[in-house]
Structure formats: C-alpha cells, structure tokens
Write a protein that binds this ligand. Structure first.
Ligand SMILES: [Cu+2]
Length: 499
C-alpha cells in the first residue's frame, strides 16, 4: 500500500520535472532567437511542398499526354468492336470526373499545408458542425456517383445482352486450361456439339460427346480467326482453375469459371489489316518492332490482336497468349473450309470412335471417287501388268474368308463399274502375308478370291466376266517385316483382263 503510494507520487514529481524542463527550454529558445528560425523554416517547407505540387501535377498531365497513343481508347487504339466505344466513353467520363477531383484535391492539400503551417500565435477555430458544408460535400460526390453508376448500368446491360435466338450470329467456344486456350468452332453445320466433362481424356481434351452428331464436324484451330462484321458469341469455360477470356482491343473480358459456363457477345469491326493501317499513321509505331533489328518490320507491321488470360492462373499464366486474326468474310470462309474436323482427324477409327461399324455418306462418296479414279487409271495403263488395282477397303475377318461388313461399299463400287462397262472382264486375285504356312495361305487366298467373285455374281454380274485366283503369299507387294507391310500384302486385287 505504501509502496504504491510512493510510486504514484514519484510519477507525479517526474511529470512536473518534465513540464518544467520544457518550459525552461522554450524560454531559452526565445532568448536565443530560435523561434524566428523555426518560423522561417516552416514557411520555406510550405513553399517547397507547393512547388512539388506544381511539378507533380504538370508531370502527371504531361506523361498522360505524351503516352496517349499507347492507351486503349485513345489515338490508334479506339475499340475494334461494336460495343467497344461505349465502354471507352464510360472510361473517359470517369477519367474526366476523377481527374478534376484529383487536381482540385491536390491543389487544396498542398495549399493548406502551406497556409496553415505552424505558427506560435496560431489558434484553431472551433467549428463543431456545419450543415451547409455537410450538404455540399455529401451531395456533390453522391450526384457524381449516381451519374457514373446509372451510365455504367446502361452500358453494362447493352454490352452483356445475350444474342436473340432468331438473329444471325456465329458461336464458338473457348476453354481455358493450365496453360492455354482450346478453341472450338461449329464446322459447316454451324452448331457446336454437346460436351461432358466426364468424357475428357487424353484424346478428347474438351470432352465432346460423339453420340451428338453435331460434334463430328467441330474443329479446334490453333488460332482465333473471326470474320469482320459478324456477331460472335463465345462460350467460355474452364477445365481446371479460374481463367479469364480477354481480348483487349475488342474490350472483351469475361471470367472462365470451372463448372459455370459464361459467354460474351461481340462484333469485330476492324480487320487486323485495318488496325495496322491505323497504327501506321502514328510516329510511335513507325519504329522497328525489334530494336535489335533496325531494318526489320515496323511496330505497326508486326501488330497482331491477341487473346490473353486476365486471371493469374498459375506459373504458366503468361503462355496463354494466342494470336487473333480478324479478316474479311470471304477470307474467313476460305480458312474455315481448310480446317479439319477434330473427330475425323483424331478420333475416327480409334478405340474412342463409336462409329467404327459404319461409314458416313461423305466417306462413301469419297471412297467411290477414289475407286473410280483408280479403275480409270488401271484401264488406261499401257501394259497388262499395270492394269491392276487394289480393292483398298475390302477386308476379311482374321484367318477366314468372311468379308467385314464395311467391305460391301467397295465391292458395290466394283459392281456398279462393271454394270456400266459391259466389256470389262476381271480377274480377282487373293493375296496373303507370309504368316502361317504356304499351303494354308494359298487355300485362304483362293477362298477369299472366290468370296469376292461370288459377291459380284450374286449382284448380277455374269460369271463369265470374273475369274478368281488365289496367289497365297507368292506376290508380296510390301515388306513382311512390319505390321503395315503385312497388312498391305493381305490384299484383294483386280486385274483387268478385257476392257
Ligand atoms: Cu489462365
């Protein structure tokens, strides 16, 4: 108890000592003229701050002006899409309003720092409340915010509107994954096939459902090529983490969310060529693209639109960049015709293919054309040894003389050709590889030749026009050392004996 009291008294005494020392110090300063020195120093520093403000504001305005031709929305970088200018306008209005506030507040900040610098005789005026002031500084920002938000909502609703099902548009798909974009186009039918994430595997990266025939002509190009002036709807998906589909020059930006499909609708208005032409009018883009190569292409010549990922999605995020090409409609059509359907180039005939037991119409037609060309070439050949053609699509079950179901298409082509050319007589030759023994191969090849010949006579070809010969393994056309060579040796050939 007494110790506590002593400590409190000691603290009080200490506080009195500190106050007394500081008062002594003040009186000593006045005597030495330091108060005047401090006043001059405060004045000087206030002026320096004011000078800094002027330099700072001028530099801000100057740098914005100096680099304006690099900014999206200014100079050559006006938007390349139909909705783009409305977003640019929104940004400009916001910039003007916030710019005015920015300049006024900075002038006030530094001016007041100077005006109310420390003075010994200075006393703060007491102002507990001022309704007028409160109203002014609430109403002005509220009004400005209201104008910006309403304006923004109007633009947002317009830009984010989905397509009308009746209007003309083209739909493509972009799927983000670590770390690239997979693009999918609808192919000639104009419709994207359905997908299921459960079907995704090493050979089916987007999980396309092959039961949906709309998928069969969909193609997956390496670059994003779009026609100018066409309304594009992009289906945006992600396979693993968040990505973001970003086309800066078109003011297109939308998150790609796993499990939640999003979309963006836009219409490109400038071809890559037109954008380059615009750039070429500005000196900033007349310099070499690669400073190390002064004679190389200029910046405007090397310009390409780009698709980027705008979501930091992992260590390879930067490598998601893809080149975008906007071209005229006819150029686009030519490009699209050259693209190969993913199904027919990567799935057809593999274990993933659910249609191995059937041919599509265009495949039947293509095989017929191929057969007719080969037959015409054989008929026109100068020597009897060259008047031979292989029936490329006639196959038998392994080790037997039973035709596979799809062989009938090729045989029907032969039937049709023989009905059309009444003088055409042929020899059907059966051949095998060298697996197994010579005699059984000989017998098998004869059976197979007989089966083909039987097929022809059953289809109405006169038996006198067809002979069947089994050659066994005697006449290999290819090596017997590889699978492919052996497959080539197990062939059925047609020799033209009379045309
Ligand atoms: Cu990404």
């Amino acid at each position: 108890m007494t110790t506590g009291l002593i400590i409190i008294v000691a603290f009080l005494l200490l506080a009195i000592v500190v106050v007394q020392i500081s008062r002594i110090n003040e009186i000593a300063k006045q005597l030495r003229g330091e108060v005047e020195a401090e006043r001059r120093s405060n004045d000087r520093q206030g002026k320096y701050l004011f000078g800094f403000m002027v330099v700072f504001l001028l530099a801000t305005v100057y740098s914005a002006w100096h680099y304006k031709n690099y900014f999206l929305g200014y100079g050559p970088h006006t938007a390349a899409s139909e909705h783009g200018p409305s977003i640019d306008k929104l940004f400009l209005i916001t910039l003007v309003i916030t710019g005015i506030v920015f300049i006024i507040t900075h002038i006030a900040l530094f001016y007041f720092a100077y005006k109310y610098k420390h003075r010994p005789e200075g006393r703060a005026s007491f102002m507990p409340h001022d309704n007028k002031l409160e109203i002014i500084w609430t109403a002005i920002p509220a009004f400005a915010m209201f104008a910006l938000v309403i304006n923004g909502l109007v633009v947002w609703n317009k830009v984010m509107a989905d397509v009308d099902p009746d209007e003309e548009y083209m739909e493509i798909e972009a799927m983000g994954y670590q770390f690239a974009w997979a693009l999918r186009y609808p192919g000639p039918d104009g419709k994207l096939g359905s997908r299921n994430y459960k079907l995704i595997n090493g050979v089916n990266p987007m999980g396309q459902d092959w039961q949906d025939l709309k998928n069969l002509d969909d193609f997956q190009p390496g670059e994003l090529v779009l026609p100018k002036g066409k309304k594009i709807r992009v289906r945006i998906t992600a396979r693993d983490v968040l990505h973001d589909f970003y086309l800066p020059q078109f003011r297109v930006k939308m998150d790609a969310v796993p499990g939640l499909p999003t979309y963006f609708v836009f219409t490109p208005t400038k071809t890559t060529e037109e954008y380059r032409e615009e750039l070429s009018k500005y000196p900033e883009y007349q310099v070499p693209y690669d400073p190390a190569d002064p004679t190389g292409p200029k910046k405007w010549e090397a310009f390409e639109y780009e698709l980027a990922c705008a979501e930091l999605c992992g260590s390879g995020h930067y490598s998601m960049k893809k080149i975008v090409k906007i071209v005229e409609q006819d150029e686009y059509d030519a490009w699209a015709r050259q693209q190969k359907s993913f199904y027919f180039s990567s799935i057809r005939g593999t274990d993933e293919d659910p249609y191995t037991d059937q041919l599509f119409d265009f495949e039947i037609q293509a095989r017929k054309a191929e057969f007719d060309d080969a037959l015409n070439a054989a008929i026109a050949a100068p020597t009897p040894d060259e008047r031979i053609l292989s029936l490329k699509y006639v196959f038998f079950e392994t080790g037997s003389a039973t035709l596979t179901p799809l062989s009938k298409y090729e045989l029907d082509n032969l039937v049709a050709a023989m009905k059309e050319r009444e003088s055409l007589n042929i020899e059907v030759g059966g051949h095998t590889d060298n697996t197994g023994n010579t005699e059984s191969n000989q017998a098998l090849s004869q059976q197979r030749a007989d089966v083909v010949s039987q097929y022809l006579t059953n289809a109405g070809i006169d038996a006198s026009r067809v002979t069947a010969v089994g050659y066994g393994q005697e006449k290999p056309r290819d090596t017997n050392d590889t699978d492919e060579g052996r497959a080539n040796n197990r062939r059925t050939e047609i020799k033209i004996t009379n045309s």
